[in-house]
Design a protein around this ligand. Structure first.
Ligand SMILES: C[S@@+](CC[C@H](N)C(=O)[O-])C[C@H]1O[C@@H](n2cnc3c(N)ncnc32)[C@H](O)[C@@H]1O
Length: 398
């Protein structure tokens, strides 16, 4: 299906179901969609702990379970099915140059490098870190690489690694949002970006379109890290199909259902129950501050007990607590809310991938509108990284 048609269909389904994914379970404990979809509401509220844990870690299984109560879910899943690229690296890897890269990161950069194929010119690596990706691309395809990164320590370490590997990789230490970085984007170039956040990869797409850069291979990340309070579409199609997403809604697209060890899961449960218990407390004693949220803090604070946590959080917000509080009741209310939030979040996460694809399609359509031939695929499996969508764009010769 043409990308613009896919975008339009996906937009329609997202718009039709916005009451579900826009409802933030931390703020709305009885969202409107529960009346509109009573079977889904009943099903999710009745889930036992073990099933919740299973579905949190297995979005495909969650979609399967909930689709009878949410008929359009199957259509949404079908739209999100992209092929996975299965390319092999063209050359042997010199293990001495890459063995220090942690397993999952290595799998990502190897899959990215294999998927992009022979670069269409010298490579510009955007937000490079130590430039591992650029180094592998340089070694595999015998091309010059410029790696742009703003952290001077990472640049220095990257330079040493490139020198040791005797590869033509140079580092530019610059802010990707600055004019200095813009000067590095050129016409005869293949620009790559692996997991550059929101505005950072956005800036690369705009510079590349302006410079008619020959090709781009980009796997975007963290769409919510943007200076705009509301999502600003890249493409004309995006303007037409604008969902006006807030930062909080953009975050849904990258919500992890990470497989955390049991101990970490327990700690998270405690933290969330405390935060929601504190929210119940604020509703009682300072309702005007209900939406202000809870300050972030070190994990140790949750080891000091619920009342101690609330005293600290209230102090941070300048709220004076009365003496006669029902601490046990508030703590139990927090646990009750967390129980419900986890279940409502499962329903919201059904829309994570569709929202992510919606955002990627806006970028892909933008590049098409700017004169590129664009393809979209997954470059690796979800276990290696859930941020596995890859935009490949090649400038159409005029
Ligand atoms: C998520 S990491 C990705 C690194 C690398 N591409 C990879 O996949 O391993 C993002 C990188 O962007 C860099 N970065 C963040 N903000 C930046 C900015 N404004 N300009 C340039 N680099 C930036 C960070 O220092 C970090 O190295």
């Amino acid at each position: 299906m043409p990308l613009a048609s896919l975008f339009s269909e996906l937009h329609l389904l997202l718009e039709q179901h916005q009451s579900i994914w826009r409802a933030n379970p931390f703020r709305e404990h009885n969202p409107d969609w529960m009346n509109a979809y009573p079977n889904l509401a009943q099903q999710v509220v009745a889930l036992d702990e073990e099933t919740v844990e299973l579905l949190e870690q297995d979005p495909a299984e969650a979609s399967k379970r909930f689709s009878p109560s949410l008929p359009d879910l199957n259509a949404l899943i079908r739209l999100c099915q992209l092929s996975t690229l299965k390319a092999e690296l063209p050359q042997n890897v010199d293990n001495r140059q890459f063995s220090h890269i942690p397993g999952r990161k290595w799998t990502q950069i190897a899959a990215f490098t294999a998927s992009m194929g022979q670069p269409k010119g010298p490579v510009l690596e955007w937000c490079a870190g130590k430039g591992h990706l650029g180094r592998l691309i340089g070694q595999q395809y015998q091309v010059e690489v410029t790696s742009l990164e703003w952290d001077a320590v990472l640049c220095e370490e990257g330079e040493k690694l490139a020198y040791r590997a005797a590869l033509p990789q140079r580092f530019v230490c610059a802010d990707a949002l600055d004019h200095r970085a813009a000067q590095e984007v050129k016409q005869n170039q293949h620009a790559v970006a692996l997991h550059a956040c929101g505005d950072l990869h956005g800036q690369l797409l705009r510079h590349a379109a302006e410079q008619s850069t020959a090709a781009l291979t980009v796997s975007p990340c963290c769409y919510h890290l943007t200076r705009n309070a509301l999502y600003q579409p890249f493409s004309i199609s995006g303007e037409r199909h604008n969902l006006a997403l807030s930062r909080e809604e953009l975050r849904i697209a990258v919500q992890e259902t990470a497989t955390a060890p049991k101990r970490v899961q327990r700690l998270r449960g405690k933290e969330m129950s405390y935060r929601l218990g504190y929210q119940a407390l604020v509703e009682q004693v300072a309702p005007e501050q209900r939406d202000e949220g809870v300050p972030s803090c070190k994990k140790q604070r949750f080891g000091e007990g619920f009342a101690s946590f609330c005293h600290w959080a209230a102090g941070e917000k300048g709220i004076t607590l009365p003496d006669n509080l029902d601490w046990l009741g508030l703590e139990q209310e927090g646990q009750k809310r967390w129980h419900l939030v986890r279940r409502l979040s499962l329903v919201r996460s059904l829309f994570s991938r569709p929202l992510e694809l919606y955002l990627v399609l806006d970028r892909a359509c933008y590049l098409e509108e700017q004169g590129y031939r664009v393809t979209l695929a997954r470059f690796t499996d979800r276990a290696t990284t859930p941020r596995n969508l890859l935009i490949q764009a090649e400038r159409i010769a005029l």
